[in-house]
Design a protein around this ligand. Structure first.
Ligand code: RB5
Length: 145
């Protein structure tokens, strides 16, 4: 997959490690920054990732900040985005199976890196269940794939 990724300073370390890990697994990673632990404003990066997901330049996105909430709130302002925050692997599964999240948001200051990798893996592997969830996401609404 072609996966966009973005982060603020709080998510920088996990972002770097995830880019390496997912690249090794054969994904094409498109990094929207930020590129250091210098303090930045998360919406600047969330909006870049959202635009790439909405345009189809990437197939899906991953966003990281301290709590995950700043990224999720910013991303979900975009019509084509369903950004879901996950802090354990079951929520990582459900955010795809039930919510068809096209951006996974991780709270980097509140989960271990090992947990982050488990959440990413299950979110990538899990298909959207459709059925009643199709009806529900149609009511959000969202133009996203
Ligand atoms: C940065 O200190 C922090 O506010 C940010 O990473 C995020 O948690 C915001 O929602």
């Amino acid at each position: 997959m072609r996966i966009g990724i973005c982060n603020d300073h709080a998510g920088y370390a996990y972002k770097c490690a995830l880019v390496k890990l997912l690249g090794k697994k054969g994904h094409e990673m498109v990094d929207f920054g930020t590129d250091s632990e210098v303090s930045v404003d998360y919406p600047d990066y969330a909006h870049k990732l959202a635009a790439a997901v909405e345009s189809g330049a990437v197939d899906a996105g991953i966003a990281l900040c301290g709590t995950g909430n700043g990224m999720a709130i910013s991303l979900n302002k975009h019509q084509g985005i369903r950004a879901g925050l996950a802090w354990n692997s079951e929520i990582g599964r459900l955010v795809k199976a039930h919510n068809k999240a096209n951006v996974l948001v991780l709270p980097a200051r509140f989960i271990s890196y090992a947990m982050a990798t488990r959440i990413v893996r299950i979110w990538l592997e899990t298909p959207f269940e459709g059925g009643r969830h199709e009806r529900r996401i149609a009511k959000i609404p969202c133009d996203g794939r």
